[in-house]
Design a protein around this ligand. Structure first.
Ligand code: CNA
Length: 251
């Protein structure tokens, strides 16, 4: 077992309050490709994120986004939270983890049982008409995409857009995320390249210790990084959980 996992378990044990910032890397083991990882969309080019998730591109032509959305609803039926989503949910249940700030739109934190989830980039679970603002549920959107090849339209003929934050739109829960990050003594940065702003700024508000877990190197604008682990997230947290369990059994 690795020294880093043991150190991380020690930091969790000593911490009074923990929070996390997660990115697409926490969900790759669930089968959802990230953007910038080795099998990410910028590499495979299955979709071009700069077009699919750009708000002006969406207003000009929502078709490329809806090609992605059709694939997403198929994937969503089968995806399950990863080991690390569940690990974080249990840590929240224990009272130590105060909240999860996520850039993800897959709702896997909630599926794992996490309660306090700040979805900075929104989610698919609600949609709105871009013209009249009428709200639609995920079920409604899904029904439309399954039964019609057309872009979903409102009764007023406006285009329906999921409440995902596109490039060029304001993020959600920014103030709440900063407050959470500044309020804890241990902060995890998990599975994010930390290049998408303003989410990438969140670690700079942390005054406690920071632990980074990511396959590739992450450059943070923060001097308080106690541990930077370059490893598969689930492999690493399984080891951490092993150490925590061992310590509990020895008590
Ligand atoms: P990113 O820029 O694609 O970075 C992901 C990081 O995770 C990369 O540095 C990878 O090396 C790393 N990584 C991937 N798999 C693993 C693994 N198993 N173990 C360890 N590290 C791993 O994604 P960010 O989240 O930083 O960028 C923010 C964008 C991506 C947000 O706007 C998201 O909405 C968007 N996104 C979300 C999802 C999702 O909801 N699951 C999927 C794809 C993109």
């Amino acid at each position: 077992m690795s020294h880093e996992a043991q150190t991380c378990a020690g930091l969790i044990r000593e911490a009074n309050a923990i929070a996390v910032l997660t990115g697409a890397g926490i969900s790759t083991n669930a089968g959802i490709p990230d953007f910038r990882g080795p099998k990410g969309l910028y590499i495979t080019k299955k979709y071009d994120p700069d077009t699919v998730f750009d708000i002006n591109a969406f207003y000009r032509d929502p078709e490329p986004f809806y090609a992605f959305a059709r694939d997403f609803i198929e994937l969503e039926k089968t995806i399950k939270p990863t080991f690390t989503h569940s690990f974080l949910s249990k840590l929240e249940e224990s009272g130590k983890l105060k909240g999860n700030i996520t850039q993800n739109i897959d709702a896997l934190h909630q599926k794992a049982g996490s309660k306090n989830v700040l979805e900075m980039h929104g989610s698919f679970w609600t949609s709105r008409c871009v013209d009249c603002g009428k709200m639609y549920t995920y079920e409604k959107l899904k029904d439309h995409l399954i039964t019609s090849p057309n872009v979903p339209c409102c009764d007023c003929q406006g285009t329906i857009k999921p409440d995902i934050v596109f490039f060029g739109e304001n993020v959600k829960y920014f103030e709440e995320s900063i407050q959470l990050a500044a309020s804890v003594d241990l902060f995890f940065v998990i599975g994010t390249s930390c290049v998408v702003f303003p989410a990438a700024m969140i670690p700079s508000y942390v005054t406690g210790k920071i632990v980074v877990v990511n396959l590739s190197e992450v450059r943070l604008n923060a001097s308080n990084v106690s541990l930077a682990v370059q490893d598969d997230i689930d492999r690493f947290f399984k080891e951490v959980a092993g150490y925590l369990e061992k310590e509990n059994n020895e008590k």
